[in-house]
Design a protein around this ligand. Sequence first.
Ligand code: PMP
Length: 423
Amino acid sequence: SNDLWEAWLASSLGHLRDAGLLRTLKPVLPTLSAVQVLVPGDVLAPWIEEGGGHPSQEVTQHGAAVKLFSTNDYLGLSTHAALRRAAADAALLYGVGPRSSAVVGGYTLLHQDLERRLAALKGTEECLLFSTGFAANLAVVSALGNGEDAAIFSDELNHASIVDGSRLASRSKGRLHIYRHNDMEHLEQLLRDCPSHQRKLVVADSLFSMDGDFADFEGLVRLRRKYAFLLVVDEAHATLVCGSRGAGAAEAFGVADEVDVHIGTLSKALGAHGGFVACRADVKTLLLNKGRPYVFSTAPPAPVVAAAIAALQVNEEEPERREHLWRLVRHLGEGLGVKACSPIVPLIVGSEAAAVSASAALLERGFYVPAIRPPTVAPGTSRLRISLSAAHAMEDVDALLAALTECGIHASADSGLVIRGGS
Ligand code: PMP
């Protein structure tokens, strides 16, 4: 059982309730206040439906088309007609800025609708929207992990927002333990050494953003049963990418019910902007009251909320997008001769200079694959980071593979990673 967490949540919320300070959010405004409709939506419709603007994974630089293998737009939804429409209509109807934080009136029925849909996707009681995924991570880790009776266990490769949330928590006396990447023996040793009176919080990215590998869900779940910690998983890169319904990597690994707090972003596969936390009702209430990035920051704007709702609809109506994405992943892996396990495929190059020159050589050939360097990754592991999108065609991947070969970038089969040889 997780008695420590139950008792702590009940007492944290109880203190606020006793002091008459407990905030429970009700939608205050049915929509944002009515704003004069300046341009009828129909005027924009033909432009949007004809795919106005550039496609999701291509830009034009000095008159030449450049294929992007750099975005987090995994399903190619950022330029999907339904999202453009939804955002444009919402902007025309409600305006752009939400004008205040959610707790002061920036929360509307539109926000509530999106929260309900995300909770349904994740299979949780509740959900809470944030202005970014960064803010969501910061709020969760700092609000749950503070106090000297708290102990946070964080994978060494977790995202910067988890690192910063942990630092905030440890300034409020929460104990911070970093375990080696996906090393369950190390995590278990740290858990075993942790005094039993401490509330334990284990936080992991579900799909690691710079390596493209997954958390060891099996190991995490086994340890959660043994040590009764709260399991927080950041599904920023996996939401709509993994799982049969797109619920994320926890769904794909069959352990969604064992995850206590699911964090996500609307800014990657959902093609919009913002973040969210899907969780139980009491954790949501805690975040509403103690999640400073939630309380003291402006609510997400109506156009992006509307676009995210449209993205969830497209996710249901066009499952072939995710299927195509995974076909691209397999094709790229086969072409490179490595096991690519996600749409994020790192090509480890080594030095910063080598990564930058490899990226420049590809750009000359019309492909943008960013060079990722320290401090984002450890010194000596600079890399090209290929990210795939359903907006790519098989031929785009073939063309990229040909360009990589031309540039002398090839896979090292035994390491499973990819190194640059030749010139
Ligand atoms: N978590 C991970 C793993 C990420 O990669 C990112 C964004 N790079 C975030 C959280 C933050 O999300 P957002 O961009 O919506 O702030």
